[in-house]
Each structure stands twice: as C-alpha cells, then as structure tokens.
Design a protein around this ligand. Sequence first.
Ligand SMILES: Cc1cc2nc3c(=O)[nH]c(=O)nc-3n(C[C@H](O)[C@H](O)[C@H](O)COP(=O)(O)OP(=O)(O)OC[C@H]3O[C@@H](n4cnc5c(N)ncnc54)[C@H](O)[C@@H]3O)c2cc1C
Length: 490
Amino acid sequence: MTDTAPPHYDLIIIGGGPAGQGAAEFAAFAGRRILVIERKVLGGLVVTTGGGPTKTLREAALHLTGFRYRTLYRITDQPDIVMAAERSLARTEQVSSTMQNSTHSFFVDRLGVDVVYGSARLGPNRSVIVTPIEVSERERVFTAEKVLIATGSRAFHPPNIPFDDPDIFDSEVLPRLKRVPKSTLVVGGGPIGCEFASIFSAFGIHVTVVQPGEHLLGTMDSELSDLLRIAFEKQGMRIVLGTGVRTAGRVHGELQITLQTGEVLRPDIVLFATGRLVNTEGLGLDAAGVKLSRRGIVEVDSHFQTSVEGVYAAGDVIGPSLASVSMEQGRVAASHALGLGFKVKLDPLSVSAVYSVPELAGVGLTEDIAKEQGIDYEVGRCSFGDIPRGLISGDTDGILKLIFHRQDRRLLGVHILGDIASELVALGQATLYNSGTIDVFNNLTFAVPTYTTAYKYAAFDGFKRLAATGVSLQTFGSEQTQDAVDSNQT
Ligand SMILES: Cc1cc2nc3c(=O)[nH]c(=O)nc-3n(C[C@H](O)[C@H](O)[C@H](O)COP(=O)(O)OP(=O)(O)OC[C@H]3O[C@@H](n4cnc5c(N)ncnc54)[C@H](O)[C@@H]3O)c2cc1C
C-alpha cells in the first residue's frame, strides 16, 4: 500500500439510520473494520422526526392532558393545553437530542466503528467518495470489500401543494411545529397520519382526517380499522373517507383546502402524511450499475445484494417500511456481505404497530386476506371490557382478535386494538413464529389481571365457534404441547 492509498474497510455503510445501525452492530460484533458515513445525524429518522420524537410527544400529550383518564374519573377541569403542548414539545426536543447523542456514542464508543460526516456517493471499484458537510473541507475517498446503501427515505410531497407555507407540513413536522394550532387537517389515514391525528386530538385540537381509501390504515385488519375510526369519532374527530385533496393554498391570507368532493376546509394547519420517497439521488447508482425498480427503489436479492456484486442495500431505500424491519434487514445484509453465517434470513412475520390512541397492532394474516385467499379459517375475539384488566384501566373498547385454521387450530394472525397493543402482540408473534395453535393460550397460566388473558378468552371464543359448527374439540394440539411441558418439568 502506498501513502496515497485511500483508507480501506471491510464494510462501508452509507447512512447511519436504523438499517445502517443494524448492519454496524453485526459487523462490529464480528470484529470487522467498519466505516459509517452520515450526512446529517446518526440514528436517522428515528432520532430526528420519526419514531423517537413522535412517541415522546404522544406520551407527553397523554400524560399532561390526562387524556386517557379525564372521562374515566369525571375530571371536569379543563387542562391547560398551551402549557401541556409547550412542555410536551420541549420534552420531545430534549429526548430527540439525547437520542442523537447516545446514538453517536453507541456507534463510536460501544461498536468502535469509524464515523465520517458528509454526503457519500459510489465511485468505481467499491470506492466511496464523501463530500464533507463543511464546504471548506475537501472530498475524501474510501474503499471497502463491501458497501451497504442505507440512505432511507423522506416524505413524499404531492404536486402543487405549497410546502413552503408555514402552516402546511409533511410527516416530518416535528422540528418545525412551534405552536398549538386550533384545528388540524391530517391528509392520509395511514399509520403516521393516525398517530398525528391522535396526538393533536389529545391536546383538544379539532382534527379532521381525510383518507382516500375505504378504511383508515388500509393494510390492517379492516374490522379493527373500522373500530379505530369509531374510537376517533367518539373523541370528536371528523373522518372523511374515499376522497383526497384537490388544492391547498391561501385565499385572502386564510389557509384553504379543497377536497376532491368540492368541499372546502379552512384548518389552522394541514399535515400531509401521504407516503414516502426513497433517497437515491446523488448516490451515483446509475454510473455504478445499481438497478432501481420501476417504483424507483433499489432492487436487491434475498441476500440484500444489489445488481452490483459487493454492493448491498437495506432499509427504507429498498422500499419504505419501518425502523424495526430496516434494522433487521441491515443485520441480515451485513451477515451475507461479511459471510458471518448467522441471521441469514429476514423473519417474514413482522409486527405492524400503529401508535394511535388507542393503539392498533397486528401480525400475520388479516381476516380480509384469509378470506381473499380462500383459507378455511375461524376467528376468536375477546373484548377488553370482558377481562378484569380492561375494566380496571377503563379500556373497555379494546379488542384482541385471533385468526386461526379451522382444521388444526394453527394460529394465522393476531390483531389488537387498545392499550399496549404494540407490546401485547408479541405473544401472538412468538406463537406464530413457532407455528403454534390457539391451544397454546388455553394451556398457559397467565398472570391476572393482565391484558394477556385476552389471548385465552379469544381462544375460548374460537373454540366455541368451532363447536357451534360441529368441529370436534378433541385436543390433539393441546395435549402434545402439555406433554412437552410435563416432560420439560420432570
Ligand atoms: C413520523 C414518523 C414516524 C415513524 N414511526 C415509526 C415507528 O413508530 N416505528 C417504526 O418501526 N418505524 C417508524 N417510522 C419509520 C422509520 O422511521 C423508518 O422506516 C426508518 O427510519 C428507516 O430506516 P433507514 O435506516 O432505512 O432510513 P433513515 O432513518 O431515513 O436513515 C437514513 C440515513 O441515511 C442518511 N443519508 C441519506 N443519504 C445519504 C448520503 N448520500 N450520504 C450519507 N448519509 C446519507 C440520512 O441522513 C439518514 O440519517 C416512522 C417514520 C416517520 C416519518
């Protein structure tokens, strides 16, 4: 090697969001030499505008306004919304900044990876060129055995919407939101739209949600999505389905939004949560021969390798999804890129969790898909109003729904609306992962009072439905499971 040879690494990761972090973790555990190049902040969307900040604002809003408990305990005093919002926004900024610092030290101190700040693009022969953030600094070149593209995504801006207006926001709203609006229009009833609608509603702000589809949360179980819509309407939100926005702008200084139906709305602010675009510009992908799909996302094979040998991609850049999924993709990609030989496959059963109020979470088949695929399925439901834990906390509108195969009672899907749905779903996820039957919930002795008991009563509801249609309940699944437990304990 000459003095002028660029620094060489086992793996260069472009983008320090969840996908980059997952990959860096695995590569660092294996003692490889890694460089992460980040143009803004390590941690990506999760620490700047996405998961971390929005969940902090949601938590703060619920606590400070007493949103969950005002009706339950007949608290008639009106909360000080301006104080609550100011403190919630301040706490959100504080948590976001703590997360940014701790992610930097996680990469550098805990994982021991090298970090360079700047915009990266691919050069020839697995070299990566970095344009530093400081304009006074010169471009730098690095080389690697393998390169991972983990550059993520950004909010999609529908055409003809003036996003430079101070009251028109996209889903990366948080760093820009500095005041409490009187009314909000949320365009897009997907996970991010529903989350923001819930946060604004908790602050007592009048919220309208406009969603082009027939249901909120189009990919979730439609029975539960409809229950979420009813819960939103009970909270005072207006939900407009089956239409979108035709124009948005100012008329005589006032924000004016015209829907495709012709209805004119005049909210204080409007937030567009209408999808995401991948960050592929300026990466030199074309010149390097990295193929993009027709949707503009980076194409990868099952090892997360792109069309160019040695160049991998993971996270939102291969199709916007979730931080949880992006991290796992990064880990699997690093495993293949570096031949680590463990975690070589992505779990296809990822949880979808929506942090609306109430929460909605699901894993596996929805009833809609089971029906569409002609599967011989049955359902079992348990209302939180029928279990002590639900009655204690007052979350009586919550529901847990199991989808299972009628022939062998194999679990096919779990869908939950209500308190801690995003946590509660994990038991169903683990059961699905192990190809378990609903008999598992019959066999297990859960702590009471807990929301977990909803699994047992949903299974009982399922057994009742089977019996009512003449299916024998002879316990092939349950006895086998119980025998295995007995032999483990002796
Ligand atoms: C409002 C909101 C709420 C969300 N809530 C959740 C949630 O609750 N749970 C969940 O699982 N997911 C959530 N998501 C989705 C989640 O944030 C993303 O799926 C996840 O961050 C994707 O990870 P990533 O690493 O692929 O990309 P990103 O997080 O976008 O990170 C990519 C990184 O690459 C950097 N980069 C881009 N181009 C270059 C370049 N040329 N050179 C160097 N660096 C570059 C960027 O600066 C960025 O830091 C939410 C998203 C939003 C917007």
